[in-house]
Design a protein around this ligand. Structure first.
Ligand code: TPP
Length: 333
């Protein structure tokens, strides 16, 4: 049976990771409003328990594929905050030389394979990575995160089918936040218990409270044990909610203030903080120290990103042809 060690240090690590993501994104909002971050910006507020909980069950040999709402996944899988923020500011020092931006974070050495702007686009990629790992890195797992909006895509069903057929070490993590942009789940899906779709593909699957990092991690540990022992793919439907707009501009006419406020009562960060404080697991001093460490990390990342360089226009055609990529890319981690 899967057990996680809920000692003080582990609880603090889960809390710190979620808060780090939340505060990092709050800084991104400021930078966006100051027009230092351009383009789209999709925030993960409210959903942090999913990335923090799943990543706590993974280790560095494992691969991660995510969506355009992926700052938290990249941070939690070990991509450096410096490189992420520099990327978002379009600087050469960014994890994709400033060419990817917010939606396309990528770090081959950390095995973080995007950042994907196409809904459902990460799923077939994840299947390919899992297939390669099945042969080249036995025991490694690929975790693929996607929204419930992706489950109407053909690529979702094709990937599910092949994952079971080939017993791929692939962890499907559906982040069901109830809305695909402005479309409520019940208006687009005949089966709103998303995890049940996996049963049609004979895949192990379960729904999870995505507002609770401990429950997410426990389920993810169960899944990873199953995957590492070659028992085929696993599907987690993490039920969660985004507290903010889909992207930076969205009137949110599709949901009520009461609904948003109701979900905010279940804020994963605040709930864990209150539980730890009430159970002698977090003192005021410890909480202040976590706050200060996160603030210092963000300040340092911002200084690094702002001091970075914009790519020269002369380099515009580099990395367009495969020869440049092969010759100049860093060795695979
Ligand atoms: C193939 C494709 N179709 C449409 C879009 C436009 N689009 C961007 S985000 C989005 C909603 C996706 O919702 P969901 O998968 O639930 O993820 P969430 O944004 O809620 O995290 C859509 C339709 C797209 N990016 N790709």
């Amino acid at each position: 049976m899967t057990k996680i060690h809920l000692d003080r240090a582990h609880l603090h690590a889960l809390y710190r990771q979620m808060l780090r993501i939340r505060r990092f994104e709050a800084k991104c909002v400021e930078l966006y409003q100051a027009q230092k971050i351009r383009g789209f910006l999709h925030l993960y507020d409210g959903e942090e328990a999913v990335a923090a909980g799943v990543m706590a069950a993974l280790d560095p040999r494992d691969a991660v594929v995510a969506t355009y709402r992926e700052h938290g996944h990249a941070l939690a899988h070990g991509v450096a905050m410096n490189a992420i923020l520099a990327e978002m500011l379009g600087k050469l020092e960014g994890c994709c030389r400033g060419r990817g931006g917010s939606m396309h974070l990528f770090d081959r050495q950390r095995r973080f394979f995007g950042g994907n702007a196409i809904v459902g686009g990460g799923l077939p990629l994840a299947a390919g990575i899992a297939l390669a790992d099945q042969r080249l890195r036995p025991g490694a797992v690929t975790a693929c995160f996607f929204g419930e909006g992706a489950v109407g895509e053909g690529a979702f069903h094709e990937t599910m089918n092949l994952a079971t057929l080939w017993r791929l070490p692939l962890l499907f993590v559906c982040e069901n936040n109830l809305y695909a942009m402005g479309v409520p789940l019940a208006d687009s899906e005949s089966e709103t218990d998303i995890w049940r779709k996996a049963q049609a593909y004979r895949m192990a699957a379960e729904p999870v409270d995505g507002m609770d990092p401990v429950q997410v991690e426990t389920a993810a540990q169960r899944a990873v044990e199953h995957l590492r022992t070659g028992q085929g793919p696993y599907f987690l439907e993490c039920r969660t909610y985004r507290f903010r707009a889909h992207s930076m501009f969205d009137t949110q006419a599709y949901r009520s203030r009461d609904e948003i406020e109701g979900w905010k009562q279940r804020d994963p960060i605040e709930r864990l903080r209150a539980w730890m404080a009430g159970n002698h697991q977090l003192t005021a001093d410890e909480s202040a120290a976590i706050d200060a460490a996160i603030a210092a990390e963000i300040d340092a990342a911002l200084a690094f990103a702002e001091a970075g360089t914009l790519e020269s226009v002369d380099d515009l055609e580099r990395f367009v042809l495969m020869d440049d990529v092969v010759q100049e890319a860093a060795p695979c981690g």
